[in-house]
Write a protein that binds this ligand. Structure first.
Ligand SMILES: *Cc1c(COP(=O)(O)O)cnc(C)c1O
Length: 411
């Protein structure tokens, strides 16, 4: 039977990461299994290696889905990672070093957001976009009505539905229009003394085509109640490659009182919910008792600020790479892998953004058997299966990871 102290020495790296107590417990369990005859004593070490906790692991996203929810949505920029590292100890998140007194929490991140969205009179950050919507409903519509088009009753994913989220606050939904069409008069008839606000939700993960009509933000602003717009993906300004994706600046200029958005979709930052708009309304949101339960931690604030002020984040880099440059990389990689070829393909934005947008892309095409071994590798690579081949779509792989990808494929 391998001795405990010898095993602790050979798993020194794991001890550094997990602590001696955790590793020892795994060792003892493996030894007990060996004593019980379930495994051979020679298998104890490999059993320990297999049973050690891993935590979330780094994965290379070669799916061609730029914002992949199951793979953690936006990868952070090196600047954002460095900022999180710096903020991970004690930090001045809520302290003014110049005066030695308490300061507004996350003030520099909020200032970065305000300067990134000059059309917003006030800005606030919460845990995610769902939290932003929740706070709006709590603050402006509890016991009152939210007027919303039937075509915008969206299920975000994993069974979560925006209408149910809103109703959970005690707000009532006053649905207007039909699945495919809604008119200004529908909204006008619905608005009354019990209206808290009108909500427009971007259908960010589906498209309705054909006989459709919606009402734009500017038309809704004349109805005498606040207009809140959930743009979804967190584009702060229009993006030329995504002409149909709503952005905060345009929505605010059109007259939206509050815009809500995610920080970790097309903005490319940490999970966060952005609240942008009328200064007085934002102040009411910030002052609501529930705001404390939805507040973001210092790491999020640090990463958000670095994303807003720093170099272009990976989401934008991968979105904007030219198809030819991707094909060139695919060709270089394929030339070094027996049985591989470079192919042109189509990638997607994903993650609740720009539904239907096809991004021309290129991939390393491999026999299908690679899919599983790559997923189970030391640095897991997740590709996609298309027509019996395993495609590693380079749209979502940063060029700096090509070498790692190559090593993963060559085993
Ligand atoms: C993604 C999305 C949400 C939810 O955002 P989270 O940041 O995941 O909470 C809400 N509304 C729309 C339109 C979305 O696309």
């Amino acid at each position: 039977m391998p001795r405990t102290d010898a095993l602790l020495v050979s798993f020194a790296d794991a001890v550094r990461v997990h602590g001696a107590a955790t590793v020892k417990a795994v060792i003892v369990t493996a030894q007990q299994r060996a004593r019980a005859g379930e495994i051979a004593p020679s298998e104890v070490a490999s059993q320990v290696a297999a049973a050690l906790p891993t935590g979330p692991r780094r994965v290379i996203n070669a799916t061609g889905v730029v914002v992949h929810t199951n793979l953690g949505r936006a990868p952070l920029s090196p600047a954002a990672r460095a900022a999180m590292d710096a903020a991970s100890g004690t930090t001045d998140v809520e302290f003014d070093l110049a005066t030695g007194t308490r300061a507004r929490r996350g003030r520099s991140a909020l200032a970065a957001l305000a300067s990134a969205v000059p059309d917003a009179g006030g800005v606030h950050v919460v845990n995610n976009n769902a939290a932003a919507l929740l706070l709006c409903a709590l603050a402006f519509a509890a016991g009152r009505e939210i007027v919303i088009s039937r075509g915008e009753l969206v299920e975000i994913g994993d069974g979560f539905r925006i209408p149910e989220l809103l109703r959970s606050t005690g707000a009532r939904l006053h649905e207007v229009g039909t699945t495919n069409r809604v008119h200004l008069r529908d909204y006008a008839e619905a608005v009354g003394p019990s209206t808290g606000f009108i909500l427009k939700v971007h259908p960010s993960n589906f498209q309705v085509t054909g006989f459709t009509s919606t009402v734009d933000i500017a038309s809704l602003t004349g109805l005498g109640v606040p207009v809140i717009v959930d743009i979804g993906s967190g584009l702060l300004a229009p993006h030329p490659l995504l002409p149909d994706e709503p952005d905060a600046a345009t929505a605010l200029r059109a007259g939206a009182d509050i815009v809500t958005a995610s920080g970790d979709k097309l903005l490319g930052g940490p999970q966060a919910g952005l609240l942008l708009g009328d200064a007085d309304l934002v102040e009411r949101l910030r002052g609501h008792p529930a705001a404390r339960a939805l507040r973001v931690d210092k790491l999020t604030l640090a990463a958000l600020e670095a994303t807003l002020r720093g170099p272009i984040p990976p989401v934008r880099q991968t979105l904007e790479a030219s198809a030819d440059s991707l094909f060139e990389r695919a060709s270089l990689l394929a030339a070094q892998i027996p049985g591989a070829e470079a192919v042109r393909c189509v990638a997607a934005v994903g993650g609740g953004g720009a539904p239907g947008v096809e991004l021309p892309s290129a991939a390393v095409s491999l026999p299908m058997e690679y899919a599983e071994s790559l997923r189970l590798g030391e640095i897991p690579v997740v590709g996609r299966i298309e027509r019996g081949r395993c495609l590693l779509d380079l749209r979502t792989v940063l060029p700096s990871d090509d070498e790692l990808l190559l090593r993963a494929v060559l085993g």
